[in-house]
Each structure stands twice: as C-alpha cells, then as structure tokens.
Design a protein around this ligand. Structure first.
Ligand code: BGP
Length: 466
C-alpha cells in the first residue's frame, strides 16, 4: 500500500543568500550574509556568498530543470535585503518583480511555491538600527512581512516564517547577531524573534485568509549517551533548549517552565511583557515545518566539560550548555564526509515526537547529505550515497506516516547545488550540479546528478518505491 497521501508535496529547497549571487544587482542592499566571509572565524579556503550559484540570472533554467524533475513544490526564501531598501521601509520594486516572475513561472510549471520569509540574511540597515537584539527588529520584520503578504498573498498557499529560529539563537554569535556567546542576550534574541514571528502569523491570517503559515526550526530527537539516569536528564534538558522551547512558544503560546527556571538559576533576567506574551499566544501556526539532518546524543556535562563550549560547534554538532547538557558522539551512527551523523530511524522518531507534542500536520523543509560530488568527463555525477541517504530517510518517513503521523510534504536540501552555510560550494547537496569551484566560477553550467533521475521516478510513483 502506498503510504504517501494524494497531492503529497514532493519538492526541494534552497535559500536566497546561498543560491542567488549577484548581491550588488537588482537594487539589493547589503546583508549580514554578504559580510560573512570577511569574519575572522570564516574559513579562508572556502567561498562566501557573492556569486553563489548565480540563480538570480539563471532562475528560468533552474525552474525548467525542477519542472522536468517533476517537483510538486519548491521551498525557497525571499531575500529581505532585495525587498526593503532602508529603515523607512522603502520598497525595491525590482526585487518584487524578480520574485513575482519566479513565482509565476513556478505556478505555470505546476510547482507549488513555498516561501520562507526570512532565511538568515538580515539587512544591514536592520543591524544598524540595533539588530535582532533590539525591539525595532520586530517592527522591521512586520513591515517586510506585510509587503510580502500584500504582493504575493494571492499566489502563495504556504508561508514559512523564520528559517531555523532555534539555530539563529543557539549560534547567534556565528550569524553576526551577537559578538560572542552570551545567554542573557541570546534569550532576548529568541524572544524578539518569537514576537516577530507571531506578528507575521497574525498578519498573514488577516491579509491572506486562505493561506497557511508555519515555523521552520531545525529539530532533532535527542538520545541520552548512556542509560545513566543523569544522562537522561541531560537528554530532557537538551530537548528543551534545542527543540521544545521554540515550538512550545509558537504552538502553545508559552515559555517552557523548566527553561525559565534554568534561566533563573543561571542568574539570567528574562521578563517578557504581558502584551508580548499575548501576541505570542495569538500567533498560532497552521502546520509545523522543520529541517532534519540528524539526531543528537548528549550527556550531563561535568564542570570541566562545561568549559568546552568555546569549541567549534554548528547546527548539528558540538553544543554545550553548562550544567545542563552537552553533545556526545553516537557510536551507532555513520557520518557524512563532513562529520554529520546519519540517522534515518531518528527521522521517524523525530517526526513521531513532534507530532505527539503538537498534533499539527507537518512538512519537512530540509533534509539531505553534503558531499564532495565528482563531475565526470561525460557530464554525469554518480551520487549513489545521496540516493541511499534519501531512500533510507523516505522509508522512515513512510513508517512515520503508517504510525499515524500527518505529513503534507517533503522538500529536501537542496534542489540545486549552492554554497553551504560555512563550508563552501564543495559541500554539495543538490540534485543538480553547478559547475563552479570554491574560487573558480567556471561556467556555472547545470548538470543532472544520478539522484535527479532517481527522485524524478520516485515522485512519478508518489513514493511507492524507494
Ligand atoms: C541548515 C540551513 C541551510 C543549510 C543547511 C545545510 O541549517 O537552514 O541554510 O545551510 O543547514 O548546512 P550547511 O550548509 O552548513 O552544510
């Protein structure tokens, strides 16, 4: 029996700053991500985002290839700095036109556009006006969201608020939002993002009553490292700080009490106003979208371990919360070439847990494997490891559906090769290869990988055979 419902949104994902390039064209103003590569901590041997995959100019060809692949949906982000020019909210008509053309072309090709309002790229005028830490952020985000709902409200059925709100908070120092790790400031960032998100949800319901809107955090089921009871406590702690505090806020309208108590114990002041909490309560989503790459395994940190939180950490690895939980290796899992654990069964577990907690329909907005793909002389790319990764994850998603989980769609990362958040273009994720290297732009020609043909067939059969 086929587990996937009729009309299931098989698709793929990208984000503006990683895909578009041409950061100085079309009236786009500077964003935090344009400056990312000049940060001291940014690796010197990988490219930044100035050129990316050139999608800003090659979008027609990209949509054509996506349509040929049979995609039913395409999740992409609108670039905030391409739409709003300054802190007075002046609109860049050229930016609006770019996305209008893109959306129209997707619809013409039978692909459902699924729009992320904000995916990591904060306009510099917002940063200069106090950044995410300042309450002005909420106002700027509201102005921007309103422009999108008014311009595209009739065409977009699914909106996503903020990509990986939780990672923006946990890695705030890595995203130029904060200078360094500082819990008190991180909590403020989280709260501002939550209020901004709630306001966007409320506005969307008012302006686009037939559309649906949801958050898009990065969620990972958490395992205790051992069967020691204290490691299970660490698991519960990490669950809260990595997953639930954000989803509880948007879906239930409350801040998790264990989280609030931990903040107090740490001497951190956090006093949301009544009015802000009222906004958060009123901004409930229609569905939950989330990104899944892997699970997390944690143990209770010793005092010595707690000092390690200055070590390298990213979306999936290395997180340490002093006295609360710390990431550990899982010896049962294999890793990608870039050191991220691979856990398909963990995908089913994560889907089950999120559904059990919130009882909302779900879509996956990212899932995938970063690898050093090789372009052969004849233009083929044999990415059998990617096919295997997807087979195993889709199989587990089918299991979750047969467990009773309600799924709307699956949009793996990424539709086309793009520049990784911190590991360059060599960490490729796409079904479509882009011919460029870290610092040699070559011709940016697109090539279909083996996974492209495999996914096309899977979509044709609505996931009957993986
Ligand atoms: C998610 C981000 C994406 C993308 C992806 C892969 O956290 O939402 O923008 O970058 O991770 O991560 P990376 O590029 O670091 O390999």
């Amino acid at each position: 029996m086929n587990k996937f419902p009729k009309g299931f949104l098989w698709g793929a994902s990208t984000s503006a700053y990683q895909f578009e390039g041409f950061i100085k064209e079309g009236g786009k103003v500077p964003s935090t991500m344009d400056l990312y590569e000049y940060k001291e901590s940014y690796p010197k041997n990988v490219t930044g985002f100035s050129d990316a995959s050139g999608h800003y100019k090659m979008w027609k060809e990209d949509v054509k290839m996506m349509a040929e692949m049979g995609l039913k949906s395409y999740r992409f982000s609108i670039s905030w700095p391409r739409i709003i020019k300054n802190k007075d909210g002046e609109i860049n008509q050229e930016g609006l036109k770019f996305y209008t053309d893109l959306i129209d072309d997707l619809i013409k090709n039978g692909i459902e556009p699924i729009v992320t309002i904000f995916h990591f790229d904060i306009p510099m005028f917002v940063m200069e006006d106090g950044g995410v830490l300042n309450q002005n952020f909420v106002k700027h985000f509201e102005v921007y969201s309103k422009v999108l709902f008014e311009a595209f409200g009739e065409k977009i059925k699914y909106w996503l608020t903020i990509n990986e709100l939780n990672i923006l908070v946990l890695m705030a120092h890595g995203f130029e939002i904060l200078e360094k790790q500082d819990f008190e400031k991180q909590i403020k960032v989280m709260h501002n993002l939550n209020v901004a998100q709630a306001k966007a949800i409320i506005l969307c319901k008012k302006k686009c009553p037939s559309a649906k809107i949801g958050p898009a955090p990065n969620i990972a089921a958490v395992y205790p490292s051992t069967s020691k009871p204290e490691d299970y406590t660490a698991k519960l702690n990490m669950d809260i700080i990595r997953n639930w505090v954000y989803l509880d806020a948007v879906c239930k309208g409350v801040y998790n009490n264990v989280f609030l108590t931990y903040m107090k114990k740490m001497g951190i002041k956090f006093e949301p106003t009544k009015e802000e909490m009222e906004t958060i309560k009123n901004g409930k989503p229609d569905f939950i979208a989330f990104n899944y790459y892997s699970t997390l395994t944690v143990k209770m940190p010793s005092n010595e371990d707690s000092l390690k939180n200055k070590e390298k950490a990213d979306q999936q690895t290395g997180l340490v919360v002093p006295g609360f939980a710390m990431a550990d290796q899982n010896p049962n899992l294999q890793k990608t070439q870039f050191g991220w654990e691979i856990d398909p069964i963990g995908f089913r577990n994560t889907l089950r847990e999120v559904y059990d907690r919130y009882h909302l329909p779900m879509m996956i907005t990212e899932n995938g494997i970063g690898a050093r793909d090789v372009l052969e002389k004849d233009g083929s790319i044999h990415d059998d490891y990617r096919i295997e990764y997807y087979q195993k994850h889709i199989e587990q998603m089918a299991e979750a559906i047969s467990d009773g989980v309600e799924m709307i769609g699956y949009m793996p990362w990424s539709a086309v090769d793009l520049v990784s958040t911190h590991e360059g273009i060599s960490k490729r994720y796409g079904f479509i290869y882009v011919n460029r290297d870290e610092f040699d732009l070559k011709d940016m020609k697109r090539f279909k990988k083996d996974s492209y043909y495999w996914y096309k067939k899977l979509i044709e059969e609505n996931g009957k055979n993986f």
